[in-house]
Every structure is written in structure tokens, then in C-alpha cells.
Ligand binder design. Structure first.
Ligand SMILES: [Zn+2]
Length: 108
């Protein structure tokens, strides 16, 4: 059975792997990519940048730089935060992920 995902913006049916809605242009981020970035680049906020959460991406980067300058052990705490975020991303069901992490970027 083929899984069908409904666009949270216009209720149009999307393919399971669609990165954007062909009907309204709503864009989505892949949670597996976001989780991978959280695991391997989360210390500098790569997963947040991928999700276009620029504020939290900047906070991750600033916290990492501050930790490097002040107390390098702080990087472990930042890495733990991004690891937990990655695990949360992977544990979410696809419709919930799309509802909570969609980015309003309709096609022009
Ligand atoms: Zn749509």
C-alpha cells in the first residue's frame, strides 16, 4: 500500500518523498536529512540551518564558538542537545513532522 501524505497548507495529496507540494508550493524538509545533519553537524547547527530555523542555527553556532573559547567541554552538552533533536526527528511520524516543521515558502 502506497503511503499518501496530505499537504498541510492546501490538503492536496503528495507523494511520500515529495519535498514540496506541486499544487500550492509549500516546501517540506526531509526529517531523515535533518536527523543526519543533527547527528553529524548538529554542534554547529547544520540541522537547524537545513530547516531554515536561522535563529536556532545561529544560537548553536554562537554557543559552539563560545564553548570553544571558554570551556571546550561545553561542546559535549551542545552535541547532546543536537543528538536528542535528531532522535526526536526520527521518532516523529511523517504527518506530524510535516505539520510541525513545514516552512511557509510558497512558490512565487
Ligand atoms: Zn499544498
Amino acid at each position: 500500500m502506497r503511503r499518501v501524505i496530505i499537504c498541510t497548507s492546501c490538503s492536496h495529496q503528495l507523494g511520500h518523498l515529495s519535498m514540496s507540494c506541486g499544487h500550492c508550493g509549500q516546501s517540506y524538509r526531509d526529517r531523515h536529512v535533518a536527523a543526519s545533519l543533527a547527528f553529524f553537524g548538529g554542534v554547529v547547527g547544520m540541522h537547524r540551518a537545513y530547516m531554515r530555523s536561522w535563529t536556532t542555527a545561529g544560537l548553536y553556532l554562537a554557543a559552539s564558538l563560545a564553548a570553544l573559547l571558554v570551556e571546550p567541554k561545553g561542546l559535549a552538552l551542545i552535541a547532546a542537545c543536537s543528538l536528542v533533536e535528531g532522535l526526536i526527528f526520527l521518532s516523529m511520524k511523517e504527518p506530524m513532522w510535516r505539520r510541525s516543521h513545514r516552512r511557509a515558502k510558497p512558490a512565487a
